[in-house]
Ligand binder design. Structure first.
Ligand code: ATP
Ligand code: ZN
Length: 313
């Protein structure tokens, strides 16, 4: 395993490390022994709460059904998607002890010797939720109402991607507004709400841009999926340049056309019985707060009055 914090080889690594240090020394984030796992300060959480409220107001005309799921979901549902094929390196499966007394004694003996004991654990029937819309899709099997349906989701996602960059966490919150319905309506939804989201984030003083993007599909087979995603303009990211000219910009939100990717897996149909299409606008909550801290400074009390007003700070 590489030591991501100390293996710094580029000026960008140094810039990321310096921003991380600034966040830790100001107390906005609290470091742990694992890169990408942080505590959040009260001031950080106030901004999260303000952002959550503004997002709710901005998307209120959708009349979305509010649903909240825990940060784990059934492995059987995970297996209906192709996540483990596309992103094995990001996945997280929950393990626990399910054996008997003898094995427990063996585990304790290994632990006593300072040896690995996790060989005595077995995968449970839950996995860590990688994208918070996945648990939703798993509940929608069957026919949708006429005109489709819209959902307001929020929660923690897990992605195993330890990094020096404080913007790349392993456990972070997303707020998502998800539409399921006809293919045309899904495309229109994505495009309309992308524009609204860009305007909202720009109003917070962020130098946002909307750029075509792709998901980090794993391996050689993944390259094909990347080029299809780009060719068909299925994913657009809202990015902010946070490391000057060292990096083209970090995604703080994305607007995605899932097509029938998840709806086919979970057998979700439009009112007419066709396979439905899904679209989502997903906001990275920590990323957005970090972009605000990078842009306006570590002390939220000295942020521009207009930004503080929008966030209700
Ligand atoms: P899809 O529905 O297509 O699977 P998604 O809903 O998971 O996509 P992503 O674009 O993968 O959407 O992630 C949504 C947002 O979450 C990103 O724009 C980013 O702001 C945030 N995000 C993603 N990865 C991380 C991470 N490692 N640390 C912090 N925030 C992240
Ligand atoms: Zn999504």
């Amino acid at each position: 395993m590489t030591d991501v914090l100390n293996d710094r080889t580029t000026a960008l690594d140094d810039a990321r490390f310096a921003f991380r240090e600034e966040l830790l020394s100001s107390g906005q984030l609290i470091g742990t022994s694992v890169p990408g796992i942080y505590g959040r300060s009260g001031s950080f959480e106030q901004v999260i709460a303000g952002l959550d409220r503004v997002l709710g107001e901005t998307f209120s005309s959708l009349g979305a059904t509010v649903l909240r799921f825990p940060p784990v979901y059934p492995r059987a549902d995970f297996e209906r998607t192709d996540y483990i094929a596309s992103f094995p390196d990001l996945s997280g499966v929950v393990s626990s002890f399910e054996r008997g007394d003898r094995e427990h004694r063996e585990l304790l003996a290994a632990r006593e010797e300072g040896e690995p004991w996790d060989g005595w654990l077995d995968p449970t029937d839950v996995v860590l939720t990688p994208a918070i819309c996945h648990p939703l899709y798993a509940t929608l099997e069957g026919r949708l109402p006429e005109g489709g349906a819209v959902y307001d989701l929020s929660g923690f996602g897990f992605r195993h991607e330890p990094s020096i960059d404080p913007l790349r966490m392993q456990s972070f919150r997303m707020r998502e507004f998800v539409f399921v319905g006809t293919p045309d309506a899904a495309q229109l939804y994505r495009d309309t709400w992308l524009d609204t989201s860009v305007a909202l984030l720009a109003s917070l003083g962020l130098a946002v841009d909307a750029v075509p993007a792709n998901d980090p599909f794993f391996g050689r087979a993944g390259k094909m999926l990347v080029s299809a995603q780009l060719r068909e303009n299925l994913k657009v990211e809202i990015t902010v340049p946070l490391y000057a000219d060292l990096h083209e910009g970090t995604a703080i939100a994305s607007a995605n056309c899932q097509r029938d990717h998840l709806t086919a897996a979970f057998d979700i149909q439009t009112a007419d019985g066709e396979t439905a299409h899904g679209a989502c606008v997903a906001f990275g909550m920590e990323r957005t707060v970090l972009a605000l801290l990078r842009t306006h400074g570590m002390d939220t009390e000295s942020w521009p009055v207009a930004v503080r007003a929008i966030l209700g700070l």
